[in-house]
Design a protein around this ligand. Structure first.
Ligand code: NAD
Length: 482
């Protein structure tokens, strides 16, 4: 395993070259399963980031003028290489992010699908032509690539959050600079090699890991050659980047935090709801923006649902993802562990009851036990903040109106899940919840062909589907007489 990590070139990727940081600074990458360092790589300075912008800017004209079919074929080839090298990518994801082997494999497949989907979309970018109402001209409206795009991504899906942006950017004809999360830069560097091998020309995709995110990203967003920022991460950082983007009036896509309600009505098949709850909560060990964060159960079935969910959570195997039999890995770092423990401890202090788990595992690595807490008060901070870990808090409601009211009682609006034996009722509730994504009677919702994104403070714009490509384009209207 150490060999695979050692084969990843540790330099920044600028204009197709692997280069050192200009001021020699480095990032030490740790394995969350042990806390030990696994690699040391270059950490970009603001000057390096601006050089990467320069490379993307120089490559922009020729990439924009490359035939859509050729751009699509580069993405298609990258998809195939990712599938061929699925185990290799999964190993790197496991080592630097801590997720389970099954989650890492699932991430690689999901991530690769964005390249396949946008390889196909590259040749389906269409505009409109219409005669003006007064007949004096033709109105030609055509989408054009917006230009150099800065892509800033989080650690929880270190490959998929990059392909979800790079796929549509490249398909539309944009060149990019990727700033991956500093906890998980190795997957980004490995992916960059795959894009090279797929025929992506130098300068089209540049990668600048940096421990100085605010300076490097700030420098890029202040550079007039940049026209777009696409960010996935916390709402707190998203707000700051939106403010910075306003200086140059950049087009901005924001995929931000969530606080997904999982609504269980009294007419469900409880076992089916529990299985889906396990997926919605525990995919990626709970470290997902669309993870079920609040279980809202009808009071008639809350005890039954909670105890069955606790039984399933208790039986999950926790340990390093490199042992493929483990279901749940460690959380990303010590700070995350302390935050999760704090939320649970405070909730218990305020009267909530632990059915299973409820503590960090002593010893090596950053592990928190799969946990179910019940009798959680509606105002408990554990229902207001993103837990981002393997903890399921359960609270109750008395009727459908209260379920919807509680579901909407948050500034977030990314995902929601609704369970009911009556599909009409489930649809009615789904339409009343202010969330960009709703799962009805299922816990897994992500799909590269679907528009993914949040309402309220969970974001702006959509990734995936046809919408995703338009985030990297702007419409030009030509008034023509002939
Ligand atoms: P984060 O906001 O701390 O960091 C995200 C990225 O921004 C990283 O690359 C980081 O280095 C960079 N960054 C941090 N501070 C910055 C600053 N001041 N200026 C510029 N860049 C900065 O988020 P995270 O902890 O990496 O990821 C977890 C968060 O991401 C959660 O809130 C989660 O819900 C969210 N997320 C959202 C989606 C979505 O699609 N909506 C998907 C995955 C994760």
């Amino acid at each position: 395993m150490a060999d695979l990590i050692a084969t990843i070139p540790p330099g920044l990727v600028i204009d197709g070259e692997r280069v050192e940081s200009s001021d020699g600074q480095q990032i030490v990458v740790a394995d969350p399963a042990t806390g030990a360092s696994i690699a040391t790589i270059a950490s970009a300075s603001p000057d390096d980031a601006l050089r990467a912008v320069g490379a993307a800017h120089s490559a922009a004209k020729s990439w924009r003028e490359t035939a859509p079919r050729i751009r699509g074929e580069v993405l298609r080839k990258a998809f195939e290489l990712m599938i061929e090298r699925r185990d290799e990518l999964a190993e790197v994801i496991v080592r630097e992010s801590g997720k389970s082997w099954a989650d890492a494999q699932g991430e690689v497949s999901y991530a690769a699908e964005f390249f396949r989907w946008y390889g196909e979309e590259a040749v389906r970018i269409a505009g409109t032509l219409m005669l003006a109402p007064n007949g004096d001209k033709q109105i030609i409206a055509a989408p054009r690539p917006i230009g150099v795009s800065v892509l800033v991504t989080p650690w929880n899906f270190p490959v998929a959050m990059i392909t979800r942006k790079v796929g549509p950017a490249l398909a539309s004809g944009c060149t990019v600079v990727v700033k991956p999360a500093s906890d998980t830069p190795l997957s980004a560097l490995l992916l960059s090699g795959i894009l090279d091998e797929a025929g992506c020309p130098p300068g089209v995709v540049n990668v600048v890991p940096s421990s100085r995110s605010s300076q490097t990203v700030g420098a890029m967003l202040g550079d007039p050659r940049v026209r777009k920022v696409s960010f996935t991460g916390s709402t707190e950082v998203g707000r700051m980047l939106l403010a910075q983007a306003s200086e140059q009036v950049l087009k901005a896509s924001m995929e931000l935090g969530g606080n997904a309600p999982f609504v269980v009505m009294e007419d469900v098949d409880v076992d089916a709801a529990v299985e889906a709850a396990l997926v919605a909560k525990m995919r990626n060990g709970g470290e997902s923006c669309i993870a079920a964060n609040r279980f809202l159960c009808h009071e008639a079935i809350a005890d039954d649902f909670s105890s069955r969910l606790a039984d399933r959570m208790r039986n999950l195997r926790m340990g390093p993802g490199m042992d493929r039999t483990n279901d749940v890995g460690p959380v990303i770092n010590e700070r995350a562990l302390v935050d999760i423990a704090g939320l649970v401890d405070d909730s218990v202090g305020a009267g909530a009851k632990v059915l299973t788990g409820g503590a960090a595992r002593p010893g090596q690595g950053w592990y928190y036990e799969p946990t179910v807490v019940t009798q959680v008060d509606h105002d408990d901070p554990i229902l207001r903040k993103e837990i981002f870990g393997p903890v399921a808090p359960v609270t109750t409601f008395v009727d459908e109106d209260q379920a919807v009211e509680l579901a909407n009682d948050t500034e977030f609006g990314l995902a929601a899940y609704v369970f009911s034996g009556d599909l009409g009722r489930a649809m009615r509730i789904a339409e009343s919840i202010d969330a960009g994504i709703v799962g009805i009677n299922r816990g897994f919702v992500s799909d590269p062909a679907a528009p993914f994104g949040g309402m309220k403070q969970s974001g702006l714009g959509r990734e995936g589907g046809h919408d995703g490509i338009l985030e990297f384009m702007e419409t030009q209207y030509i008034a023509a007489a002939w």
